[in-house]
Design a protein around this ligand. Structure first.
Ligand SMILES: NC(=O)c1ccc[n+]([C@@H]2O[C@H](COP(=O)([O-])OP(=O)(O)OC[C@H]3O[C@@H](n4cnc5c(N)ncnc54)[C@H](O)[C@@H]3O)[C@@H](O)[C@H]2O)c1
Length: 248
């Protein structure tokens, strides 16, 4: 593991109880940061925080609820004194259906968590970053947001929206020392697979030239660099980690 210096940094990782989020929390803690896991699965978030160590705390937060996010922001600021890093990672896959089979509420649920959630968290935390003129925001999008996966239009649209949110916010903050970037991973074997059909999982694997799923630690390594001071000129950008699938 390369050493990334996050000593003295304070981070929020949404959906940090498991999967990519947990790997990111582990990598941040190993790099010297204090981390607050914001996850709506309180029991799992607390278990994860305890397993990783005393630098990590857990808060029950539904990222779609603005007042819960503001309360958690205030609690995190009180506990840490500042928030340097925000990783918008909480997300769901939704059901695998064609557009015409998808209920409006199924569509809206995915958009609410995957796109409204990051907007609500950015809106709550950016003012604190502006005050200290320092921040690193990393949005966990997906290769689906660039390509549009069949039978996952809500998911693909939510991640395409998150990429555009990243680009807009990155430009708004470009004059400050606040970088906003997105990563677009290929599929990884996490609990999110429980929401998908085997046919869809096989489809995603078949699209990866490397012939395997990305490891959560590989995504965490990229996120750690994007969350560090070394990332000082890249902003509003999209970082590929798709095993060769992405063509742009
Ligand atoms: N695993 C993949 O194949 C893959 C690929 C590309 C991108 N992603 C993205 O990476 C992110 C993490 O995915 P994962 O595979 O680790 O998923 P996961 O299901 O393992 O973990 C997601 C976490 O988010 C939390 N969460 C869900 N809704 C929430 C809400 N409303 N408020 C707060 N917390 C909430 C869950 O409790 C869970 O702990 C997601 O945004 C996902 O879309 C995943």
């Amino acid at each position: 593991m390369n050493k990334i210096d996050l000593n003295g940094r304070c981070a929020v990782v949404t959906g940090g109880a498991q999967g990519f989020g947990r790997a990111i929390v582990e990598r941040f803690a190993a790099s010297g940061a204090k981390v607050a896991i914001w996850d709506h699965d309180q029991a799992l978030a607390e278990k994860t925080a305890k397993e990783i160590g005393s630098a990590v705390t857990a808060l029950k937060v539904d990222v779609t609820d603005p007042s819960a996010v503001e309360t958690s922001r205030d609690a995190t600021l009180k506990a840490f004194g500042k928030i340097d890093i925000l990783v918008n990672n909480a997300g769901i896959a939704g059901v695998n259906k064609t557009v015409w089979e998808t209920d409006l509420e199924e569509w809206r649920k995915v958009l609410r968590i995957n796109l409204d959630g990051p907007f609500i968290c950015c809106k709550a935390i950016v003012p604190a970053m502006l005050k200290q003129n320092y921040g690193r925001i990393v949005n966990i999008a997906s290769i689906a947001g660039k390509e549009g996966n069949p039978n996952a239009a809500h998911y693909s649209a939510s991640k395409a929206g998150l990429i555009a949110l990243t680009k807009s916010l990155g430009k708004e903050l470009a004059q400050q020392n606040i970088m906003v970037n997105a990563v677009t991973p290929a599929a990884a074997k996490t609990a999110i697979f429980d929401q998908l059909t085997q046919q869809h999982i096989d489809f995603m694997l078949s699209k990866i030239p490397k012939g395997r799923f990305v490891l959560v630690e590989e995504v965490a390594a990229m996120v750690a660099w994007l969350s560090s001071e070394d990332c000082a000129f890249s902003t509003g950008a999209v970082f590929d980690i798709s095993g060769g699938r992405a063509t742009y």
